[in-house]
Design a protein around this ligand. Structure first.
Ligand code: WTA
Length: 665
């Protein structure tokens, strides 16, 4: 499904799916009238609304007296004089309630082995690990890098940082040594928590060795300790005086550790994400507002109930794995599945098999996973979901990219048995949690639409000057008022924060999401049309085109110039296409072109990570430029799609190169 045909089928989309009675009966928000009432409450008494939510959903060690401080907008502050601890809000608060002996995490390893921990056990393990961090000299306000596989230990590492007020920065296990080094330096981290290896798809992949390589690249003198979880029996190199295994670090540590109260605005974490320049942005989140959102959206969007088994398939290295694995489900006292492996190992029915095995009731994944599993099921009956009993499911969700209506319908029929509402949740690293999403017990669903903003989220579609655009016409997605879980700043770069998200032309206080969107003429439902900046969305992962271009030109022995654009892809949503000018001129043969393309892909994997590898590489003796020397990116996008060139190419310096760039390797 190309995005052009997706858009077409969405434009004619007129199927509407009202909430099934199973979903609306007893739901927290059980009708559109109830939703409207909450929206009205937020509109009429904005501060009061959020104050009431924050009191009802968060345990404060010191109550806040002031809800929202806008005096230094866009550096908004929420609940600022309140104090809390995020880990206490996820664990301690359940002790002495029926939740304490409930399973918190059902962990399924890559090889299928299952381990379970209760809330009480998880609290003890987090506390013991927090004591180990303290013994390493880590204190409130210190930054700690977490480079871990999807494991209970990964969640423990995050919770333990939160417990002592250290700010974590999780780096996805697929990122390279170079990416890791950049993040260590930018964050000024004092420690790295990692594992010797990670297990994915039956393969053992190094993590600790990459940490060593990253630190060896230089500039990481702030790192005093590296803690290593022995995930597998394979040995890894250890640096004396700096590195310790988990087992050694935990030896003799007590399993009680009082949670350190922090101010509501204390940075709970920094998570790096791609922007429109070459350098990733350290998105900084505050403790109070973020925690409120993690809890509230578990209630609103997933309507989570005591008997639910919740499964979010995202890795803790992404924001979805922060809010809907490491914090939200625990704050809600839910039982959740944590999965180490990949959806296609040992077969592409793994997700469906796991839903049956663990009796999952709420399942939350990315459209790209659904599309690839549709493909697999189409070509192999044995991995079709009909082979498993999925009748425990009651709510489905998607996140990360637009879902095409065909994939939506397949998910609805084959996974949801036409009974489970699908919550198509739109949000971003910067928003901390869902902002535009259906409510399972209330919202009539339209395939391909994330429907309506949550109560209190003042989302709108505007033009460049901030003027509202009528329903039915496309524009830029903005949020006009602050909300508790919004990004607080870009770590180390407040100016970039202002410039990236709060454009002067719109008055400097309105949040610009970076996505295009359109509201339907009939219902006012939002549909996201994709990024309006230089950010690509490949398999639901954000990649900056500039970041990949910088990586390519850093291969100075080969590359003179590079430009990167996205093109639609059936499975991954978008694919990376690189246009490259080599120093030596165009490759002399097909064979040489293929060889260099492989070399460049491996180089990008080393510089950023395998997820950033260009799918297509095209070589030209130059890039198409205007006479003033500007790269014609629109033209590159057409070339990447294999479209006929309809643009005016009369300003092109050298029209012959269009032919050269026609061939992809
Ligand atoms: C895209 C992921 C359409 C969007 C939580 C956004 C979506 C970017 C949806 C953020 C959705 C996320 N429909 N597009 N339901 N959810 N996006 O920071 O382009 O990794 O700006 O956060 O993903 O990606 P991020």
């Amino acid at each position: 499904m190309s995005s052009a045909s997706t858009i077409e089928s969405v434009l004619v989309e007129n199927r509407v799916f009202p909430p099934d009675e199973r979903a609306s009966k007893g739901a927290r928000i059980a009708s559109m009238a109830a939703y409207d009432a909450l929206c009205k409450e937020a509109a009429d008494d904005f501060d009061g609304f959020w104050a009431r939510q924050a009191k009802a959903n968060v345990t404060w060690t010191k109550p806040f007296t002031r809800t929202l401080d806008e005096s230094n907008a866009p550096f908004y502050k929420w609940f600022e004089d309140g104090e809390l601890n995020a880990s206490a809000n996820c664990l301690d608060k359940h002790i002495g309630t029926p939740v304490e002996n409930k399973t918190a995490i059902i962990f399924e390893a890559d090889d299928g082995a299952v381990t379970k921990v209760t809330y009480k056990e998880l609290l003890a393990r987090v506390s013991q690990f927090a004591n180990a961090l303290k013994a390493e000299g880590i204190r409130k306000g210190d930054r700690v890098i977490i480079y871990m596989p999807m494991t209970i230990e990964g969640v423990i590492a995050m919770q333990a940082c939160a417990r002592i007020g250290a700010t974590h920065s999780v780096v996805f296990g697929g990122f390279s040594a170079k990416a890791l080094q950049e993040r260590i330096i930018d964050a000024g981290a004092v420690a790295v928590i990692t594992a010797n290896y990670q297990l994915r798809g039956g393969k053992e992949l190094p993590l600790k060795a990459i940490v060593d390589d990253g630190i060896a690249l230089g500039g990481c003198e702030s790192i005093n300790s590296v803690l290593v979880y022995q995930r597998t029996a394979t040995a890894c190199a250890m640096v004396a005086g700096r590195d310790k295994t988990f087992a050694d670090a935990l030896k003799g540590q007590a399993s009680e550790c009082p949670p350190v109260p922090v101010g509501a605005e204390h940075p709970l974490f920094i998570l790096y994400t791609s922007g429109s320049t070459g350098k990733p942005k350290g998105v900084q989140h505050a403790t109070g507002g973020y925690l409120l959102w993690a809890k509230l959206t578990m209630d609103w969007t997933f309507d989570v109930r005591p008997e639910d088994v919740f499964w979010c398939t995202a890795d803790i290295g992404w924001i979805t794995g922060h809010t809907y694995v490491a914090y939200g489900p625990l704050a809600a006292g839910a039982t959740q599945v944590v999965f180490e492996g990949i959806p296609t190992f040992p077969h592409a029915g793994r997700f469906w098999q796991m839903i049956e095995k663990h009796k999952v009731t709420i399942f939350y994944t990315a459209p790209t996973a659904i599309r690839s599993l549709i493909k697999a099921a189409d070509s192999d009956e044995k991995v079709h979901p009909k082979n498993w009993d999925l009748s425990t499911l009651r709510i489905l969700g998607t996140v990360g990219e637009p879902i095409n209506p065909e994939a939506w319908m397949w998910y609805h029929r084959n996974i949801g048995a036409e009974k489970c509402p699908i919550v198509d949740t739109f949000w971003q690293t910067e928003t901390g949690g869902h902002v535009i999403t259906p409510l399972p017990g209330a919202t009539p669903l339209v395939p391909g639409s994330c429907t309506l903003p949550l109560p209190g989220i003042m989302a709108a579609i505007v033009d460049e000057t901030g003027k509202d655009i009528p329903n039915g016409a496309g524009g830029m997605l903005v949020i006009k008022r602050p909300w508790p879980s919004m990004i607080r700043t870009i770590w180390n770069d407040p100016e970039r924060f202002k410039k990236s998200y709060f454009p002067e032309e719109m008055g400097g206080t309105i949040y610009l999401a970076g996505d295009g969107a359109v509201r339907s003429a009939d219902r006012g439902y939002f549909r996201i049309t994709g990024r309006i900046d230089d950010v690509l969305n490949v398999s639901g992962h954000r990649l900056g085109t500039m970041e990949i271009e910088s990586a390519l030109v850093a291969k100075t022995d080969l590359v003179a110039e590079a430009a990167v654009v996205g093109r639609p892809d059936d499975v991954t949503g978008e694919a990376v296409c690189a246009f490259v000018v080599l120093k030596r001129g165009r490759p002399a043969s097909e064979e040489e072109a293929r060889k260099i393309a492989t070399e460049l892909r491996n180089w990008v994997a080393k510089e950023i990570g395998p997820i950033a590898k260009p799918k297509d590489i095209r070589f030209g003796e130059n890039l198409p430029k205007t006479r003033s020397g500007k790269i014609m990116r629109r033209l590159l996008r057409s070339l990447a799609k294999g479209e006929a060139i309809t643009q005016d190419t009369s300003t092109l310096e050298n029209p012959a190169i269009l032919e050269q760039l026609g061939q992809a390797y």
